[in-house]
Write a protein of this length. Structure first.
Length: 630
C-alpha cells in the first residue's frame, strides 16, 4: 500500500466521524428542546392546558329557575305568577354556508322584529366561524308563534326553541308601583351580582319589590353539561343534569281589597294614597297615579315600554307615594302643636288674635282660610280652623326655627322612611346653614313663618306624612314602614321568615302631650274645616287637612292634602292611617278629605268605592266643588 493512499483513507474516516458527531449534537439539541417543551406543557403550564381542554370538551347550558311568586297579605291571592313561555335561539353552526341572512330574515318575520335586531344579538365572528353556541333571539314568545316556526322548520335550520317561564302580573294598575317589573340583566347588574352566580342569561328585578327582593325571588338555576367536539357539536347521549331550585315565595302586607278601593277612590287624579297600620308599619295600600303596566315593562315590546320611559311630563314610572316631594302644608301643624305642648313655650289655652293678615319684613302675609280673620283662637281652635296667623306667631316668636327643625326630624321628615323599596326620597327640613349653602342667603323670620305652616323650602313624601300621623297614634313612635310580611317555601308553603315591627323613630315626650294632640285632631274633624267632607256616622276619625301652595305657569295652584286615622276611639293596634295627596295639576276640587273619608268608610264597613260613596252621601258635595278650603 502506498503512503498517499493511507492518508486519503484516514481523512475519509475522520470526515465520517465528524458528520456523526454533528448529527449526534443536532439530535441531542432537538431532544432537549422537545423535553423542555414537554416539561413546560405538562408541569409548568399543565393546569392551564388541562382547564382549557376541559372547557373545550364540555359545554354547560343554564336551566332557568322558577322565580318566586308574590302574594297579598292573606297569602291566598297571587299578585305575580309564572307562566309557560318560550325563548327562540339560533345556533349559527347548524345553518348551511351562505344561508344565515335568509334564515335570519325568515325568523324575523315570525317574531315580528327586524333582521338587524337579530344581527345585533349574534357576533359576526360566530356566524363566520359556524359556532355551535346558542344565541337567544327573543324571549316571551307565545306558543302560537312557536307552532308556526315548527311548521316551517325545514326553512329555518339552526333555529331552536326552549321553555323559559315568564312573569305574569295578575294585578297591574296601581299594583305596578309596588310589584315593579323584571327584565334581562344588563352589564352593570352582572358586575354587581357576578359573585352571586349571575350571568348574561338571567332575568332580574328592575323596580319595586321585584328588585328589592331579587335574591329571594331569583332561586338557583340548574344546568345541563354536554360533551362537545372542537367545533362545539354535542357528542354525548346522556348529559349531566343539575335541576334548578325555585325562588322563595313572598307575602306582602298589601290588602288587595283596600288597594283596589284606594285606587278607585283616587281615580285618574295625579297623586297618591297611602294606608298603613301605625302599630306595625305595615303598608295596607299604596296607590300612585299615573301608573304603568308591569307586564308591558317586563316584555320585549320596546315601543310600548318607551311610552312609559320617555313620558317625562306625567312620569308614570315614579311612585309618588315614596318619591314625590311636596310641601306638607297645614298637615305640618300637627308637628307644631306637639312641639308647642312639649316645649311649653306658649300656653295652649292662651288665645292669639287673627286679623286675617300679618305685616312682616315689608311683606303682607294673608291668612288664606279667612281673609277677614278668625278672631281669637287658642291652639285647639287654631288647628281646627287651620289658622295661619296663629301658627306664624307661634313659630316665629316662640318655637323658632331650631326647634321646628328638631321636631320635624323627630317626626321623620328630612330622612328616608326606609321602606323596603329600591327608590325613595328623603325630603328636606331646611335650616339657616342649608339656605346659606344652597342660596347664599341668611335665614329670615319670614322663612320661619313659611315653615311653620308647612310651606317654603320644607318638602316631604306622602309616606312621611302618613308616618307623622302614625307617631301621634303610637304616642311617640314610628315603626319602619314595610311591604314584606313573610317569606315562604315554594314547595311546602312553610313560613321561613316573618317581618317584625322595627322602630324607625321615637320622640320622648310627656304622655299628656299626645292625648292633647289626639283630642285636637279629633276636634278638627268634628268642628274644623273638614267637618263636611269627613263626616262619618260609622267611624270616628281624627286628622288634619292641608292645602299646599304651588305655582305653575305663573298661576297660583294648590295641592290637596288629608292625613287621618281611625277609629279614633279604638286601641292603636286596631287603627289605620290614611294619607291622601292630590296634585295641583288636577282641576281643583279639594278632593283629599273626601277621598280619605271614602277609604276609611270602605275599610271599616267592607264596602266598595261606590257603596262607600253612596253611604256617605258625598255625590252632591263632589259635584262642581272648586272653592279653596282647608
Amino acid at each position: 500500500m502506498k503512503l498517499d493512499n493511507f492518508f486519503h483513507e484516514d481523512d475519509e474516516v475522520a470526515r465520517k466521524n465528524y458528520r456523526i458527531v454533528i448529527l449526534t449534537v443536532i439530535i441531542s439539541v432537538v431532544f432537549v428542546l422537545y423535553a423542555l417543551r414537554l416539561f413546560s406543557l405538562q408541569i409548568v403550564n399543565g393546569n392551564e392546558y388541562r382547564l382549557n381542554a376541559d372547557r373545550n370538551s364540555s359545554r354547560q347550558t343554564t336551566i332557568p329557575a322558577q322565580r318566586g311568586e308574590i302574594f297579598d297579605r292573606n297569602a291566598n291571592l297571587p299578585l305575580v305568577v309564572n307562566i309557560d313561555s318560550f325563548a327562540v335561539d339560533i345556533i349559527p353552526g347548524d345553518i348551511p354556508n351562505g344561508y344565515y341572512d335568509t334564515v335570519a330574515m325568515r325568523l324575523a318575520d315570525f317574531l315580528g322584529m327586524s333582521k338587524s335586531e337579530i344581527d345585533e344579538k349574534i357576533p359576526r365572528s360566530e356566524i363566520l366561524n359556524h359556532s355551535y353556541t346558542a344565541y337567544e333571539i327573543q324571549r316571551n314568545v307565545p306558543f302560537t308563534v312557536i307552532t308556526e316556526i315548527a311548521e316551517n322548520k325545514t326553512d329555518l335550520p339552526g333555529v331552536t326553541w326552549r321553555n323559559k317561564p315568564t312573569r305574569n302580573y295578575v294585578e297591574t294598575g296601581s299594583f305596578s308601583h309596588i310589584l315593579g317589573f323584571v327584565g334581562q340583566i344588563d352589564e352593570k347588574e352582572i358586575t354587581a351580582l357576578y359573585n352571586d352566580g349571575y350571568d348574561g342569561t338571567f332575568t332580574v328585578g328592575k323596580a319595586g319589590v321585584e328588585k328589592q327582593y331579587e335574591k329571594l325571588l331569583q332561586g338557583r338555576p340548574g344546568s345541563i353539561l354536554h360533551t362537545i367536539d372542537v367545533h362545539g357539536r354535542i357528542l354525548d347521549d346522556a348529559p349531566i343534569i343539575k335541576p334548578p331550585e325555585s325562588g322563595k315565595n313572598i307575602v306582602l302586607t298589601i290588602n288587595s281589597t283596600i288597594q283596589k278601593l284606594a285606587e278607585e277612590t283616587l281615580g285618574e287624579r295625579f297623586g297618591s294614597i297611602v294606608v298603613l297600620k301605625p302599630s306595625t308599619g305595615e303598608i295596607l295600600a299604596m296607590v300612585s297615579y299615573p301608573y304603568y303596566d308591569s307586564n308591558i315593562m317586563s316584555s320585549d315590546m320596546t315601543s310600548k315600554k318607551n311610552t312609559y320611559i320617555n313620558d317625562e311630563v306625567n312620569s308614570p314610572l315614579m311612585n309618588r307615594a315614596v318619591e314625590g316631594l311636596y310641601p306638607p302644608a297645614s298637615t305640618f301643624k300637627t308637628i307644631m302643636c306637639t312641639a308647642l305642648l312639649e316645649e311649653n313655650v306658649f300656653p295652649a289655652e292662651k288665645v292669639i288674635e287673627c286679623p286675617g293678615k300679618i305685616n312682616y319684613g315689608g311683606r303682607v302675609f294673608n291668612c288664606h282660610i279667612k281673609g277677614n280673620g278668625h278672631g281669637y283662637l287658642n291652639m285647639k281652635d287654631g288647628l281646627a280652623q287651620s289658622c295661619d296667623v296663629y301658627f306664624w306667631i307661634i313659630g316665629r316668636d316662640y318655637l323658632k326655627q331650631e326647634k321646628i327643625s328638631e321636631y320635624s326630624k323627630a317626626f321623620g321628615f328630612g330622612s328616608s322612611a326606609q321602606i323596603d323599596l329600591p327608590t325613595q326620597a328623603a325630603g328636606l327640613v331646611p335650616d339657616d346653614k342649608w339656605k346659606q349653602r344652597r342660596w347664599q342667603q341668611e335665614w329670615t323670620g319670614g322663612d320661619t313663618m313659611n315653615m311653620s305652616i308647612g310651606q317654603g323650602y320644607l318638602v316631604a313624601t306622602p309616606l312621611q306624612v302618613a308616618n307623622m300621623m302614625a307617631m301621634v297614634c303610637n304616642s311617640g313612635t314610628i315603626y319602619k314602614p314595610h311591604l314584606l310580611k313573610e317569606v315562604r317555601d315554594p314547595v311546602t308553603d312553610e313560613v321561613i321568615q316573618q317581618v317584625k315591627p322595627e322602630v324607625l323613630s321615637h320622640l320622648e315626650t310627656k304622655p299628656e302631650v299626645w292625648k292633647q294632640v289626639q283630642e285636637a285632631l279629633r276636634y278638627t274633624i268634628t268642628d274644623g274645616t273638614p267637618r263636611i267632607p269627613m263626616r262619618n256616622k260609622s267611624v270616628q276619625i281624627a286628622g288634619k287637612t292641608g292645602t299646599a301652595e304651588v305655582y305653575g305657569k305663573d298661576v297660583e295652584q294648590w295641592h290637596s292634602w288629608m292625613v287621618a286615622y281611625a277609629p279614633y276611639d279604638a286601641p292603636v293596634d286596631e287603627q289605620i292611617v290614611v294619607a291622601v295627596l292630590v296634585e295641583a295639576r288636577n282641576t281643583w276640587e279639594w278632593y283629599a278629605p273626601y277621598a280619605a273619608n271614602i277609604v276609611i268608610q270602605g275599610i271599616f264597613n267592607e264596602q266598595t268605592y261606590k257603596e262607600a260613596l253612596d253611604t256617605l252621601g258625598l255625590k252632591v258635595y263632589l259635584t262642581g266643588r272648586r272653592g279653596r278650603q282647608e
